[in-house]
Ligand binder design. Structure first.
Ligand code: ASP
Length: 342
């Protein structure tokens, strides 16, 4: 049996996989069977790299649950044959997909590293090569026969983040992502410095992939002057099962009576209402101010310090867990299940 580390590289689309046509300058996707031609450095790795691509690679703005299902299928069917995975993904929705996969794949104990780039891999100043090469190194890294990063993570511009803690913060800078409420898992300089205290511990468990995803979720971003009829246009959706309120500061909303009435009505309909702060850092603490206390009373669940990306994908995941009772789903929503809450 080969002792060589086996890695699977999955291309989903996005800028990272583009090259410029020498004559026209137009961007087109790399022929991934020829990846080593574009990145000769790949030959130098002491591991076998297999490359797969989605049937139809996409700009990540077109990401949806059907593509997540395809990705889950690839990961599940190849999980036992590989030591680690690198997923090349457009940066625009990478934090959503990375968060979604962290929930929809249960019991992950191998590195699944998402990466992308701001400039195509075929451009001279690309950030894609470094991002890809270091992601591969991280996905292959082992200690005492065990992976150093046995979890879903995102690598971008010298930083490795926990997937479900990330958010895209810049459309311009190479440093495009942040993990506002959780430390880096690793920093790449001359050496890759792993922050072991922040990385999940390896556990011997069997992978489960949740491929039937419920997406009857919505969000309402609160702003001064939000009208009741605007709120109701979303809250009254007949199939709605989960709603995120993007609130002010530590989880506050206007104290108008209509607001409490509508929230109580949502709760009576059995819709999970999750409170996420619009602030980048810090946490929802619903009983801090009177403007948050009435949410708690009306049955709103605190999303604590979850990112929006983690909250919406966790909601989809828990709604998809048919074996759980509503009380279980409600209690998991405000508890840490994959390192998404501090
Ligand atoms: N629009 C592209 C995408 O998300 C941008 C990128 O790859 O960075 O697919």
């Amino acid at each position: 049996m080969s002792t060589q580390t086996e890695l699977l590289l999955i291309y989903t689309g996005g800028t990272i996989g583009m090259v410029e046509d020498a004559e026209t300058g137009a961007l087109h996707p790399i022929d991934f069977s020829q990846l080593e031609k574009e990145i000769p450095e790949l030959k130098k790795f002491d591991c076998n790299i297999t490359v797969k691509s989605l049937i139809k690679p996409i700009d990540s703005s077109n990401m949806n649950i059907v593509v997540w299902q395809e990705l889950l299928e690839i990961l599940e069917s190849n999980y036992d044959s590989f030591d680690g995975f690198v997923i090349m993904h457009g940066s625009d929705t990478m934090a959503y997909t990375a968060s979604a996969i962290s929930f929809l794949l249960e019991n992950v104990n191998k590195p699944i590293i998402f990466t992308g780039s701001q400039l195509p891999i075929g451009k001279i100043r690309t950030d894609g090569k470094e991002n890809l090469i270091t992601s591969i190194e991280i996905a292959a890294a082992k200690e005492n026969g065990k992976p150093i990063v046995p979890e879903v993570a995102l690598y971008f511009e010298y930083s490795l983040y926990r997937a479900n803690r990330t958010t895209k913060v810049s459309a311009e800078n190479f440093e495009a992502f942040q993990s506002p409420n959780y430390p880096l898992l690793a920093e790449a300089g001359v050496h890759i410095k792993y922050n072991r205290f922040a990385i999940r511990k390896w556990e011997n468990k069997k992978l489960i992939a949740r491929k039937s995803i419920i997406d009857h979720v919505a969000s309402i971003k609160i702003f001064p002057g939000l009208r009741r009829d605007v709120f109701l246009a979303i809250a009254n959706l007949p199939n709605l099962q989960g709603l995120i309120l993007e609130t002010f500061g530590s989880g506050n909303v206007p104290s108008d009576t209509w607001f409490s009435e509508e929230i109580t009505r949502l709760n009576e309909r059995g819709i999970f209402v999750l409170n996420i702060t619009q602030c980048t850092t810090g946490s929802v603490i619903q009983n801090k101010y009177e403007t948050g206390v009435h949410l708690e009373r009306a049955g709103v669940i605190s999303g604590k310090d979850m990112t929006f990306e983690a909250a919406i994908t966790k909601l989809m995941y828990l709604l998809s867990c048919e074996e759980l009772t509503d009380a279980d789903k409600r209690s998991y929503l405000d508890k840490n299940i994959r390192g998404e809450i501090s």
